[in-house]
Design a protein around this ligand. Structure first.
Ligand code: THU
Length: 145
């Protein structure tokens, strides 16, 4: 199945809107890059996250991992898609500011998501990838037998 066919248009639009709303709740006084994420679970629930920075820098959390933490703590273990919305504070997501999830977040996805997990980036969902595309040859739970 291609990424484009993996989730419906309604799910896609809901995820993009909720990621943008979550972005408004970002705590990013140091980088001033605000990010929101909306994660679609196997049971249809959506959990959101925003980036949360820290004066000590290292404890900072990306929006994607906050969304996964919320979902996992609520009992979800199956995931279908995530939308990520972000960029410099006060500027719209996408365009020149478009980015894909960082490597640490991709590894978090590798722990819980199948290769066909969908990743929407660019604010309006202009970029659409599968986890296999963003993290080929992943190291995951299957490597530990
Ligand atoms: N950030 C995210 O929340 N998600 C990403 O995929 C990339 C980066 C955050 C972390 C940090 O608070 C800020 O963006 C700048 O790196």
């Amino acid at each position: 199945m291609t990424a484009a066919g993996a989730i419906g248009a309604i799910d896609r639009q809901a995820l993009i809107e909720q990621a943008a709303a979550a972005r408004q709740r970002a705590y990013a006084p140091y980088s001033r890059m605000t990010v929101g994420a909306a994660l679609l679970c196997g049971d249809g629930r959506i959990f959101c996250g925003c980036n949360i920075e820290n004066a000590a820098f290292a404890p900072s959390l990306c929006a994607e991992r906050v969304a996964f933490a919320q979902a996992i703590a609520a009992g979800c273990r199956e995931f279908r898609a995530i939308a990520v919305s972000g960029g410099p504070a006060g500027q719209p997501s996408g365009g020149a500011a478009e980015f894909a999830p960082c490597g640490v977040c991709r590894q978090m996805m590798a722990e819980f998501c199948a290769d066909d997990f969908v990743i929407l980036v660019g604010g309006a969902g202009s970029g659409e990838f599968t986890l296999a595309e963003l993290l080929p040859h992943k190291f995951g739970p299957e490597q530990l037998g």
